[in-house]
Write a protein that binds this ligand. Structure first.
Ligand SMILES: NC(=O)c1ccc[n+]([C@@H]2O[C@H](COP(=O)([O-])OP(=O)(O)OC[C@H]3O[C@@H](n4cnc5c(N)ncnc54)[C@H](O)[C@@H]3O)[C@@H](O)[C@H]2O)c1
Length: 430
């Protein structure tokens, strides 16, 4: 394979492009967003944990090109698709990005090309939806003229222990030839490739991974509510249980689910299962429990303020962290917004501090917060707040300063573990 094409240069596609480029492969990146293309060409990153120097590796290289010109899709021998797969307003799979991309590819598809979908999706997307569109648009036959595979992305942005190269890559395809080509492709750049017998197995494996997380997080969240009512420290309970060397895996409770994956992907299976007359009760129950967590945090904030003789209505409340997880600048599906919406609806004056997100950008879901700027991290600024709620525990925040500056801290992340004397009357677990 002489050249590898990657469509969708976001959190998944950009590191993938870089990883193939790092091993000397010729790469071409495609995106509909000209700002991303301009940014790469200018050597500037648009993803905070992906460094300018990495972008400059790409922009200064003869082996890499990025473009919005999709007519060049006939150049690469393999095309990897990394476009969004969100839910629509009815919380059903929104396949428009995958469909549009497949249509565009079909216009330029040529014999011998391998097309691999990487976006998280329901079983059958590659071999039914995508295959149909590619065959109809191109007049070519899958498995004979061109080849289809599915390989789920397991990117964990901001995780220092794993990267695209070191995370084992599952690859599924329904024909021997497609599987061989896909394994050969990924083996060029990744440490371990795990072939499976079909695209559907690979699609389902990805969903299982994320459903497993969603269900287990819901379990510890439910456990937290019960422990809280019994005045037992859930974190001490979990740490004690985690000393069992087999049959237990540690999950941590929090203010609710966030990110582009765990709150969304499980519902792709729910939707597809309906076609087979099946309900996915675990998935829905986990969703219900996890979705109730922001309200628990708000209730705890009301109780904490009450202890200070204050009402939430009219109080100044600071949200610490609006990214969906620590040390990233990604705020998609972040539970912070749910907490903020509820606080605002109850009359609180809401501000935020996030060292990773200086200003809330425009997004489909959170328009009422667009343009709001992170407050300054100074004693004067922080001590003005009646309460501070830790929703995301970024590493580069000085929590001992916060403890000195604010006398009503609602801690949903166990930043202040245990029951130390200096927390009394200042730190409220949520
Ligand atoms: N972010 C993660 O950590 C993560 C992890 C595992 C799997 N995934 C999955 O990977 C897929 C991509 O996620 P992401 O986080 O990289 O999304 P993203 O929004 O960061 O990036 C998607 C990119 O695709 C581009 N795009 C949209 N429509 C396009 C089109 N028609 N043609 C070309 N480009 C188009 C967008 O401009 C954007 O740059 C999703 O299915 C997601 O569920 C994401």
């Amino acid at each position: 394979m002489d050249k590898i094409g990657i469509i969708g240069l976001g959190y998944v596609g950009l590191p993938l492009l870089w990883t193939f480029h790092q091993v000397g492969e010729k790469v071409i990146g495609f995106d509909v967003d000209p700002e991303k293309i301009n940014s790469i060409n200018a050597g500037k990153t648009y993803i905070k944990h992906f460094k300018d120097e990495q972008i400059q590796d790409l922009s200064s290289s003869d082996l890499c090109e990025v473009t919005t010109d999709f007519s060049r899709l006939d150049e690469p021998d393999a095309i990897l698709i990394c476009v969004p797969t969100p839910l629509d307003h009815h919380r059903e799979p929104d396949m428009t990005y995958v469909e549009e991309t497949a249509k565009t590819i079909s216009e330029y598809l040529r014999k011998g090309q391998l097309v691999v979908l990487e976006s998280t999706t329901y079983p059958g997307t590659s071999d039914e939806l995508m295959k149909d569109i590619l065959e109809k648009g191109s007049g070519l036959k899958a498995g004979v003229d061109f080849f289809i595979a599915y390989s789920p992305e397991r990117e964990d942005p901001g995780n220092p222990d794993f990267n695209t190269k070191s995370i084992p890559k599952v690859v599924g395809a329904s024909t021997e030839k497609a599987r061989e080509l896909a394994v050969e492709l990924y083996s060029k750049a990744l440490d371990k490739v795990v072939p499976v017998s079909s695209a559907k197995v690979a699609e389902s494996a990805k969903l299982l991974e994320n459903i497993f997380r969603s269900v287990n997080i819901a379990l510890v969240n439910e456990m937290k509510l019960v422990m809280d009512a019994m005045d037992i420290d859930i974190h001490e309970v979990i740490d004690a249980a985690a000393t069992k060397p087999f049959g237990f895996m540690k999950f941590t409770p929090g203010p609710g689910l966030g990110g582009h994956c765990i709150p969304i992907d499980p519902f792709y299976l729910t939707w597809k299962a309906r076609e087979f007359g099946l309900n996915t009760r675990f998935i829905e129950l986990a969703g219900e429990v996890n979705n109730a967590m922001p309200q628990f945090v708000v209730d705890k904030t009301m109780l904490a303020l009450n202890e200070k003789g204050k009402a939430l209505n009219g109080s100044k409340v600071l949200i610490l962290g609006i990214a969906y997880k620590p040390n990233v600048d990604d705020m998609r599906e972040s539970p912070s917004f749910s907490v903020m919406d509820k606080l605002k609806a109850l009359g609180a004056e809401v501000s935020f501090y996030d060292p990773w997100i200086p200003v809330i950008p425009s997004s489909r879901e959170h328009m009422q917060w667009k343009g709001l700027e992170s407050v300054d991290w100074t004693k004067d600024s922080i001590s003005e707040f009646d309460a501070a709620i830790i929703v995301t525990d970024h590493r580069d925040v000085d929590y001992s300063e916060l403890l000195n500056w604010c006398d009503c801290i609602v801690d949903s992340r166990n930043v202040y573990p245990g029951n130390r004397e200096e927390y009394k009357g200042r730190v409220f677990k949520a």
